[in-house]
Design a protein around this ligand. Structure first.
Ligand code: ASP
Length: 403
């Protein structure tokens, strides 16, 4: 029998899970464990994968000059595309004004959610870990990346005999981690079946939700569609001379996984596999750009933060000046960088944005109801943005791709 491609397996599992979640609500606990185990498996590999890939990436890039050049290109790509996403959201939310006249009854008390108030200063300070083992235990990915970058960099500064042993060693560990990852990826259809069946069964009344928050949700989704369907494809077409559709086909498994798990971090193992083996980006570039991207490059989250803040302002009848809207763009960018690649992380960062222009924090209660749903879309765009970045940077370094 011909083997069905993994992408189709995932898509079929996704559709079956929706049907299952609707028809057999009571049987969902019997299948949801598959999602739990799958996510555990992905989380299990994330830290060793990030550490080994960042270290081997930095060592393979080589000297400080090359590292500086690739690092600069990567950061510029992340920041510029996030700014374009933010302005896309800003223009749409000013044109459509979804919050004007929106009903103000708070649907859930945000205080119940124990929203911790994080400032961008905290995020920056926390990048430097006081204890790397603790950072690993607590999944502080930015700190882990920071340490791995330094570690890799100083490997290149050691004596030649050590340098070659260490680079071989980390390349070998990375190879093992990729193989282990590929093994877990085989179970994606089962995992996604469990996750989606549970998600569908938990939704109370989707129709009622949408009649209340529909326009706001539509503006977010429209912005995400424009950014991922027009802006990013244009960028890879122009700067990497790559057919965006071919690249999309290469990365559709991670994209579906991002949509189902709402987590860029959990998707990272699949993203790395697809970008390297299907799009043909070198291991050196993908193992540097993608872990960094999964943690700090969140175009979808940036766009969502901005639309959500403007929606809240409009719903409270607060007129924000152009200057204040620019402050929202800047804090939106910082909040997207500071958000972890886990479900609903972007919403937690909303407090940073709202307080930057003095908007009421209770406003978060307004958007909570459909946040988990929007998270699926914005995470997919986050991951798509990372993969496009890897392709553009690889091309700019003179690589030949498979797409
Ligand atoms: N869930 C998103 C991600 O992992 C972050 C967010 O909540 O916006 O990319």
């Amino acid at each position: 029998m011909r083997k069905i491609e993994l992408y189709w397996q995932i898509l079929i599992a996704f559709c079956l899970a929706i049907v299952f979640g609707i028809l057999f609500k009571n049987a969902v606990p019997y299948v949801s464990w598959m999602g739990v185990v799958f996510l555990k498996g992905l989380n299990m590999v994330i830290i060793p994968l990030i550490v080994s890939s960042m270290i081997s990436g930095v060592v393979n890039i080589g000297d400080a000059k090359n590292l500086g050049r690739v690092g600069l290109k990567t950061m510029s790509y992340f920041i510029l595309t996030s700014i374009v996403a933010l302005f896309t959201g800003l223009i749409l939310v000013n044109l459509i004004k979804p919050g004007v006249g929106a009903e103000l009854g708070l649907h859930q008390n945000p205080l119940e959610l124990s929203l911790t108030k994080v400032t961008f200063g905290d995020v920056l300070l926390n990048i430097v870990p006081s204890n790397i083992v603790k950072a690993m235990v607590e999944n502080q990915i930015l700190s882990i990346i920071f340490f791995s970058l330094l570690f890799g960099f100083f490997i290149t500064k050691t004596e030649v005999k050590y340098k070659s042993i260490l680079s071989e060693f980390f390349n070998a560990i990375f190879e093992v981690m990729m193989k282990l990852t590929m093994f877990i990826i085989k179970f994606t259809p089962l995992g996604i079946f469990g996750i989606i069946a549970k998600l569908v069964a938990e939704q109370e009344n989707l129709g009622a939700l949408f009649s209340r928050l529909g326009l706001y949700g539509l503006v977010v989704i429209l912005g995400l569609v424009i950014h991922s369907g027009i802006t990013l494809p244009l960028l890879i077409k122009i700067f990497a001379k790559v057919n965006p559709i071919n690249h999309f086909k290469a990365v559709r498994e991670p994209l579906l996984t991002a949509f189902s798990t709402s987590s860029s971090s959990a998707t990272l193992p699949l993203t790395m596999e697809a970008v390297e083996h299907k799009s043909g980006v070198s291991n050196t570039i993908s193992s540097f750009v993608l872990p960094l991207g999964a943690t700090i490059n969140m175009n979808g989250t940036a766009l969502y933060e901005l639309v959500a803040a403007m929606f809240i302002a409009q719903a409270y009848g607060i007129d924000l000046s152009f200057g204040q809207q620019l402050i929202l763009v800047v804090t939106g960018l910082l909040a997207s960088i500071g958000s972890a690649g886990i479900p609903m992380a972007g919403m937690v960062m909303m407090s940073v944005i709202l307080s930057s222009v003095g908007l009421p924090l209770e406003g978060i209660g307004l958007i909570l109801a459909i946040d988990r749903f929007l998270d699926m879309f914005r995470t997919t765009v986050n991951v798509w943005g990372d993969t496009c970045g890897a392709v553009i940077i690889a091309k700019s370094e003179g690589e030949t791709l498979k797409i």
